[in-house]
Design a protein around this ligand. Structure first.
Ligand code: AMP
Ligand code: DBH
Length: 542
């Protein structure tokens, strides 16, 4: 198995790679090496706190040693460099141990979200030819061991299931570690570190191949912008597997700086606020709906939030009115962040004036991030005018993993990623997100590909056709609405029956349509005039 990025996905042309190295962006570091260096520099500093159910802590030395032992155990069970391992863990300390163990041996974590179910997990396991799948026993009332058993039957190449807690018929993660017998033949800095998930616009999530060099650069840049250092105490409120809490600056940024990461088991203020007070949290990242809830709750809380210095808000459009209320309520600075797992991340800056912070979504991390704002014909528009955002740079991928067809559409010939976002650029170079050209629903930061949900609903015997669209929502920004055309003569259905059908097919709960409407033909507003099913059929994908 070769790990050269250019083999399974397009990589940066040599002249770009040389430029990024010469500029000092790519420094030849790896994640495994980074943790070792921090452990040598500050062995006794607390790297990680998992507060629930009882408080556990890991010093940098402990995290480093545990990653080594787990890596040795994975190797002993036949997991090798280049193998893919689907990791579906909530915000628990084992998540960090597992990914650093995989980084050490050069196996690639594939970051599933805790909400994913049979549909998504089966796709990740089979498409990546994963050899192992790591799950919790129970999480949020759901038994992941049963999901894992179904995956073992469905995906023949899946050889191992590792479980945190009670393993049932699988292997306990705690039984895996052993003494390393030799130094690891780890990955090279230009090789792949992991596969991140895209929000997706077509039927299934595309996989995003990130290298050690490029991702570490985005962390270093993010840390500099956000002021992350060894004294930072970062609270991971959103699912740790998501790119935003992982890297903007996120828990990996905090570890890169030698700071302390505290894992929040649930995002609500009743869980998070006491933790902020007890752990003296200085920084966190939130999606807009959560920022609204926190802003409201902070005005009434008895918990001491005075340690909080910076709240990053991003993942979906944050309204100006809501943004204005955050700083006074939480007593900390606000930074807006507009990023994507494919690469490009924009931040407002600590020294930006309030107007800029509340009305823009920031500017890119790197002087080498190339930004183009273009019209439908691909011509650059002047600053201040709306257009499609295209980008290329030292931490933006040149192609998705094993998706040559899709890559031809998602990237320009000269390697710019078509973000699908409609933006306008201010004279200071800040971007304002005005909308979206891609077929995606952004449900409070959780991305939904309508086509994926449509395909599930189309499997219902009474359904002739379906179109899933976004509708505005005061709290989430957007919710999903499924317009359903029933087959002639079919028994009438209730909206709940459609939702139940989708849920029972095994898909993440946030993708179940919020609203279902039965129609004779698709409305002209908000939906294309032509049946999406017929469009897909015409495209040969039905
Ligand atoms: P993903 O490709 O799943 O990583 O999602 C990235 C997408 O989320 C971006 O292309 C935007 O559409 C959206 N997004 C992220 N941050 C923001 C933000 N601050 N404001 C508006 N949209 C955002
Ligand atoms: O929405 C995102 O994917 C996102 C938002 C903010 C992201 O990936 C990021 C910052 O890094």
């Amino acid at each position: 198995m070769t790990l050269t990025p250019g083999v399974d996905a397009p990589t940066w042309p040599v002249e770009f790679a040389e430029r990024y190295r010469a500029a000092g962006h790519w420094r030849g570091e790896t994640f495994g090496g980074m943790l070792r260096e921090r452990a040598e520099a500050h062995p006794h500093h607390i790297a990680l706190v998992d507060p629930a159910p009882e408080r556990r802590t890991w010093t940098y030395r402990e995290l480093d040693e545990r990653a080594d032992r787990l890596a040795a155990g994975f190797l002993a069970r036949g997991i090798a460099k280049g193998d893919r391992v689907v990791v579906q863990l909530p915000n628990v300390g084992e998540f960090v141990e597992v990914v650093f163990a995989l980084f050490r041996i050069g196996a690639l974590p594939v970051y599933a979200l805790p909400a994913h179910r049979d549909t998504e997990i089966a796709h990740f396991c089979s498409f990546t030819e994963a050899v192992a799948y790591v799950v919790p026993d129970l999480h949020a009332g759901y038994d992941h061991r049963e999901l894992a058993s179904r995956m073992r039957h469905r995906v023949p190449g899946l050889r191992h299931v590792f479980v945190t807690g009670d393993p049932g018929e699988h292997t306990a993660l705690s039984d895996v570690p052993c003494e390393p017998s030799a130094p690891f033949d780890g990955p090279r800095p230009h090789e792949l570190a992991f596969l991140q998930l895209s929000g997706g616009t077509t039927g299934v999530s595309k996989l995003i191949p990130r290298t050690h060099d490029d991702y570490l650069y985005s962390l270093r840049g993010s840390n500099e912008i956000c002021g992350v250092n060894a004294g930072t105490r970062f609270l991971v409120v959103l699912p740790a597997a998501h790119n935003f809490p992982m890297s903007s600056p996120g828990w990996l940024g905090a570890l890169y700086a030698g700071g302390t990461v505290v894992l929040c088991p649930k995002p609500d203020p009743d869980t998070a606020f006491p933790l902020i007070a007890r752990e003296r949290i200085s920084m966190t990242g939130l999606v807009p709906p959560l920022a609204l809830v926190w802003t409201q709750a902070a005005t009434e809380t008895a918990h001491d939030l005075s340690s909080l210095e910076l709240a990053l808000v991003g993942g979906a459009k944050y309204s100006e009115q809501a943004a204005r209320r955050l700083e006074p309520a939480l007593g900390c600075k606000l930074m807006q962040v507009f990023g994507m797992a494919e690469g490009l991340v924009n931040y407002t800056r600590l020294d930006d004036d309030t107007e800029t912070v509340v009305t823009t979504q920031g500017r890119p991390i790197s002087p080498d991030d190339e930004i183009r704002v273009v019209d439908d014909a691909g011509r650059d528009v002047p600053d201040g005018e709306f257009g499609h955002l295209l980008t290329r740079g030292p931490y933006t991928i040149r192609g998705y993993w094993r998706a040559p067809e899709h890559n031809r559409r998602a990237f320009t010939e000269d390697g710019f990623y078509r973000t699908g976002d409609i933006v306008r650029r201010t004279p200071t170079g800040h971007l304002v997100v005005e909308g979206r050209a891609k077929d995606q629903i952004n449900r409070g930061g959780e991305k939904i590909a309508p086509e994926e949900v449509e395909n599930v609903i189309l499997a219902h015997p009474s359904v002739h056709d379906v179109s899933v669209v976004a509708v505005p929502d005061a709290y989430l920004g957007e919710r999903s609405l499924a317009y359903v055309i029933l087959r002639e003569g079919a028994e009438p259905l209730k909206p709940v029956a459609v939702k139940r059908f989708v849920r029972e097919r095994g898909i993440a709960a946030y993708k179940v349509p919020d609203l279902v409407e039965f129609v004779d033909e698709f409305p002209r507003t908000g939906v294309g005039k032509v049946s999406k099913k017929h469009l897909r059929f015409a495209a040969g994908q039905s």
